[in-house]
Each structure stands twice: as structure tokens, then as C-alpha cells.
Ligand binder design. Structure first.
Ligand code: 13P
Length: 282
């Protein structure tokens, strides 16, 4: 089927009390592996690419790849620009055919974040494409983006932000971080509940790799409708390949070792879909 928008998926998830899994993909093998997992689990999903990923191969390449796989898939798939870092990149993704856009102005001061997010939301609304923005700063490092100075989302700011920007979903900072955690993350779930009480659009949890399953479930119970997983997928794909090469160092057919990486990704995504509660929701 052709792409659906992330808004359709998330609004249903929000109503029914589960979350959509959003999975970062880097290459054709990961695209196929994630979609295979979703089909086996009868789950809808969002596939997403960061600015450094699209720098690697181009928005048009990822769009063509995911669109082709989604067309053949038996479950709804959305293609999302993750952490769009400029108005220009957001517009390029919109133009190429992404069905969901994130603009990340979280490093800006509140007024500038509002202005940038509103500008993107206004442009995307004309094409019926939903926009996720971020308020507060999710810590850690993802690709070439890093944040050493995380800041939690303030519920009052969130109300103002949503009213003034008209974005369709909001990524909140409640203690998660991108990348690998040193210890167990301490999440401010009370803050999440406070935000949920005053903001009616779907809420997004970033930095879910390494967050214990029960903590992710608790966040969903308190109002998260989209959960982002990137680092764990990259590790799974790489570990599968490394292990295959160790067992057969003379292999020269990429299909063989990439299949080993893909199998790991499919198994991991199925686990994450289960945690999100979206198995059987397609
Ligand atoms: P992780 O790399 O921690 O899974 O974070 C993913 C993410 O939030 C992508 O935006």
C-alpha cells in the first residue's frame, strides 16, 4: 500500500492506548528487515531517517527504497524525517514525498523554536503532512547531533508551543537520551503525565534504545503515542554481520552477511513492536 501519514497512525494509537514504533533505517537491508518484522507482527510502523542518514544517500534514495517496500507491504507504513534540522531540509523531504516531518528546533530559545516549527507546520499543512517538533532537549548523541546540556520539557511551555505552532505531535524531554546509556535512565514520568493533561496532540518518546521495556510501557500508559528506536537497530545489524564474518572470514557475497544483520534487526523490531503494544493493530 502507499504511505499513510504518521498522524493517522498516532491518533488511532492515542485513542486505543498503544504506541507506534518508529525505527531508524540506514540502508535497504534495514528497510526490508523492519518491514518484514511489521508484517509478521501485523503492526503499522514508521520508518525514519536522520539528517546524517539522508546526507549519506539522499532523501530521494531513501524515499524510493521505502516507498517500494511499503507498496508491497501488507501493513501501513509512514516515512518520517527524523530531527529535521532546517526549514530547507524539511521542505526537501516534503517535496520528495515523505509522509511525516520532524523539525527539531530544540536547541533554539523558545521563541525561535516556535517560529521555526510554525513555519514548517504551516507549509506542511498545505500538503496534509503532519509535523513533529521537539520541546526541551533530549540528551546524548545520535549520528552527528549531540546534546550535552539536556533540559526537561516544561508543561506550561508545551501548551504555548502547541497553540502557537499548530504542530501535530510533540517530542518531549523527560530524561531519555539518544545513544547508549551509561546507567539505567531515570525518567520523569510524572512530568509526562502533567504534559499529557494539558496537551492534546500525540506525544513522542525519543532515545528509547536501552530504556527498559517496563519503563517504555509506563510512558505509553501515561500518554506516549510514538517511540523512537535507532541505536539498538544499528547495533543489531552490525553485530549480525560481525558474527557472520567471524564464522566465515572468506565470504565475499554481501547478500550473505547482510542477511545475518537483517535477521537480527527483524527479531529486535518484533520485540519492540510487542513493547509498544501495536502487534495486531494493522
Ligand atoms: P536511540 O538511538 O536512543 O534509540 O534514539 C532514537 C531516536 O530518538 C531517534 O530520533
Amino acid at each position: 500500500m502507499s504511505f499513510v501519514t504518521s498522524e493517522e497512525m498516532m491518533r488511532k494509537a492515542d485513542r486505543e492506548g498503544y504506541a507506534i514504533g518508529a525505527f531508524n533505517v540506514e540502508n535497504m537491508e534495514m528497510v526490508m528487515a523492519v518491514i518484514r518484522a511489521c508484517e509478521e507482527a501485523h503492526a503499522p510502523a514508521i520508518l525514519q531517517t536522520t539528517p546524517s542518514t539522508v546526507k549519506y544517500a539522499g532523501l530521494d534514495m531513501y524515499h524510493a527504497n521505502v516507498a517500494c517496500a511499503a507498496k508491497k507491504a501488507s501493513v501501513p507504513i509512514a516515512l518520517h524525517l527524523d530531527h529535521g534540522n532546517s526549514f530547507e531540509l524539511a521542505m526537501q523531504a516534503l517535496h520528495v514525498g515523505y509522509s511525516s516531518i520532524m523539525i527539531d528546533g530544540s536547541k533554539l530559545v523558545l521563541e525561535e523554536n516556535i517560529a521555526l516549527s510554525k513555519r514548517v507546520a504551516d507549509a506542511c499543512r498545505a500538503c496534509n503532512i503532519p509535523v513533529e517538533a521537539e520541546l526541551g532537549k533530549v540528551g546524548g548523541k545520535e549520528d552527528d547531533m549531540s546534546c550535552d546540556d539536556p533540559g526537561y520539557t516544561d508543561p506550561d511551555d508545551a501548551v504555548r508551543f502547541v497553540n502557537e505552532t499548530s504542530v501535530t505531535s510533540l517530542a518531549v524531554a523527560i530524561g531519555t537520551a539518544h545513544g547508549i546509556y551509561k546507567g539505567e535512565p531515570k525518567l520523569d514520568v510524572e512530568r509526562l503525565s502533567q504534559i499529557r493533561k494539558v496537551v492534546s496532540i500525540p506525544l513522542v518518546l525519543h532515545g528509547a534504545s536501552g530504556v527498559p521495556d517496563d519503563a517504555v510501557r509506563e510512558c505509553i500508559r501515561r500518554g506516549i503515542s510514538k517511540v523512537n528506536f535507532a541505536t539498538e537497530l544499528r547495533i543489531a545489524f552490525s553485530d549480525g554481520i560481525k558474527e557472520y564474518l567471524k564464522g566465515d572470514p572468506d565470504v565475499f557475497d554481501p547478500k550473505k552477511y547482510c542477511a545475518a544483520g537483517s535477521e537480527r534487526v527483524t527479531a529486535l523490531v518484533k520485540e519492540k513492536l510487542e513493547v509498544c503494544g501495536c502487534v495486531g493493530k494493522a
